[in-house]
Design a protein around this ligand. Structure first.
Ligand code: HEM
Ligand code: SF4
Length: 551
């Protein structure tokens, strides 16, 4: 993985010192609220319902064992013993004390981590496929390109005060596992007909109160032009983006209002006026230098000869169930990708305790070359486990509540903090997730239902991605009461689509029942077990679902 050099260390340490000074001045009443707000928002610190919320950056979701241990230590020492993985591969702490945040940042700096640019109107954490480097359908490992982009974006003087926040995601496989089409920029690494590497660039996607699917800006951008082209996009956005109205300030509104053709024209003009072929053009040397940080690990040549993996599944049905859902193929012979579910019943989706963070750190060290990854749907992954070790990994995970075999199933839902923590919420989401979980906790039923993405947000800001859920649930406020708007048929993958509203919102107590009726309709209507929920919805449309929900 990328390791900090002396400059990185100095930059991050300097930021810690600055923030310590700013926090002390704020607490001493020397810095007004408004001024401190802008400063804390450059360091991932929000002020929430009950406490500050600190968002720590996890570049492209990659974490080393020492980093995981530090995250556990912070949860234990400075928070209430847990952290929360977000949909952009970051981790958030919900209960830090403002006066201790500089100490937390100092702890993070020791393991090459920070909270810089995880909030505020700047370029946020660069995200990608959690299977980068190990996926069989991959064109090339996206992480070197993410790291190049991260370095360009960090402290970029021109883009530190954008009209609004800016999110970039990379995909580099035939399957989009990073929700790139709901990002401000989605970059798909591709090869053209001549076999040359480059990018298809999408722009103007986003969730929130105006969810929009990204549009294609550039069909094939040559590999070396990545940063100069990004620079052109950001310049046009910075110049044209609206600053008078926060709800119209994202690039998605700009692209929508002006049209993608006009936006493209402006970007190309900016690009051709000195950026193209200029200093930001990547050299072969630079690309190779970044690639070397992500070289393949030294896999055991005989890993595929170990057949204990298959034998254990034949004798242990619980292990077999885990393998079916949570163990995926790896590119290297004899290796597997093991998903750690952060969605057991009774726990807010994405939450992880300090002890569990330590367990994952130990497992990563022992079995996965010292690395783990966070996924955009709020789980973790040990991406490089020899098949002969999977049984031992599973046993430890099971012992610590990390082995729920539900990856990709109904209870593997994305859910925002909602009314429990967030000051913007209209409605609870975690307790509704609990209700739904309770109805469908029988795993056999979930296996029968198959692949299903349920996504829930406590307000229209859409942190829980409800607009792109196969089933989406959005909390709305009706005269002080919590109601829920349902949508069906959304997707955040290659076929990205916004869900359709089912009709009037339903009361808090009726949500789980409505979900059950939706599922029952699917089970009644599907053409065989192979037809997924989404395929079935696309075939039969809303009507049969609506009839059942509101019957
Ligand atoms: C509790 C504190 C939180 C607050 C105050 C908060 C606030 C917001 C706001 C205001 C937006 C809308 C921004 C816009 O469209 O311009 C937003 C969007 C978003 N938030 Fe949060 N959020 C919080 C927690 C989370 C969590 C826990 C997650 C991940 C699970 C998350 C992930 C996202 C994502 C993915 C968006 C998508 C909208 C987009 O950028 O297109 N947020 N958040
Ligand atoms: S969707 Fe709304 S309620 Fe949920 S975390 Fe985001 S801002 Fe808060």
């Amino acid at each position: 993985m990328y390791r900090y050099d002396a400059y990185d260390h100095a930059l991050v340490q300097q930021r810690v010192d600055q923030f310590r000074d700013q926090t002390q001045r704020f607490l001493a009443g020397e810095l007004p609220d408004e001024e401190f707000r802008a400063l804390r928002l450059r360091n991932g610190l929000y002020i929430q319902r009950f406490a500050p919320m600190l968002r720590v950056s996890v570049p492209y979701g990659l974490l080393s064992s020492p980093q995981l241990r530090t995250l556990g230590h912070i949860a234990r020492r400075y928070d209430k013993g847990y952290g929360h993985f977000s949909t952009r591969q970051n981790i958030q702490y919900n209960w830090p004390k403002l006066e201790e945040v500089p100490d937390i940042l100092a702890e993070l700096a020791k393991v090459e981590m920070h909270a810089i640019q995880t909030s505020g109107n700047c370029i946020r954490n660069i995200t990608t496929d959690h299977l980068a480097g190990v996926a069989a359908d991959e064109i090339v490992d996206s992480r070197p390109y993410c790291e190049l982009t991260r370095q360009w974006a960090t402290f970029h003087p021109e883009f530190n005060w954008l009209p609004r926040k800016f999110k970039i995601a990379f995909a580099s496989s035939t399957g989009d596992r990073a929700a790139t089409l709901v990002h401000d920029i989605g970059a798909h690494i591709v090869r053209n007909e001549a076999g040359e590497l480059g990018y298809t660039i999408y722009v103007g996607g986003g969730l929130g109160r105006t969810p929009i699917i990204g549009q294609k800006l550039c069909d094939f951008l040559p590999e070396v032009d990545l940063l100069s082209y990004f620079e052109a996009i950001l310049r046009v956005y910075n110049l044209w983006g609206r600053r008078d109205n926060i709800y119209k300030a994202r690039i998605k509104i700009l692209v929508k209002e002006r049209g993608v053709a006009a936006f493209r024209e402006a970007v190309e003009a900016e690009w051709n006026a000195g950026l193209r072929g200029g200093d930001l053009t990547l050299t072969r040397d630079a690309i190779d230098r970044f690639k070397r940080h992500f070289d393949a690990h030294p896999y055991r040549a005989d890993a595929a000869n170990d057949d204990s993996f298959t034998a254990a599944q034949a004798t242990d049905t619980a292990f077999a169930a885990f393998c079916k859902r949570n163990v995926h193929a790896h590119r290297a012979p004899g290796y597997k990708v093991v998903f750690i579910s952060l969605k057991p019943q009774g726990v807010a989706p994405g939450d992880i305790s300090a002890d569990q963070l330590d367990v994952v750190a130990d497992l990563a060290e022992r079995y996965s070359f010292g690395e783990a990854r966070s996924t955009h749907d709020q789980n973790l992954v040990l991406a490089e486990v020899a098949q002969g070790d999977v049984y031992a990994v599973w046993q430890t995970l099971k012992q610590h509540g990390l082995a729920t075999p539900n990856i990709g199933l109904l209870t593997d839902m994305i859910c925002c903090p909602g009314l429990d923590f967030c000051s913007l919420a209209n409605a609870s989401s975690i307790s509704v997730a609990d209700d739904i979980y309770a109805r469908f906790d029988a795993l056999d039923d979930q296996y029968d239902i198959g692949e299903l993405k349920l996504k829930m947000s406590g307000c229209m800001n859409g942190c829980g991605h409800h607009s792109v859920g196969h089933i989406g649930i959005l909390g709305v406020d009706k005269k002080g009461e919590e109601w829920y708007q349902l949508t069906l048929g959304g997707s955040a993958e290659n076929d990205a689509t916004l869900g359709d509203r089912t009709g009037p919102s339903v009361a808090r107590t009726e949500v789980a029942e409505a979900v059950e009726r939706i599922i029952q309709t699917y089970l009644d209507q599907r053409e065989g077990e192979d037809e997924t929920f989404l395929e079935c919805y696309r075939r039969i449309g809303m009507k049969p679902f609506k009839q059942q929900i509101y019957a």
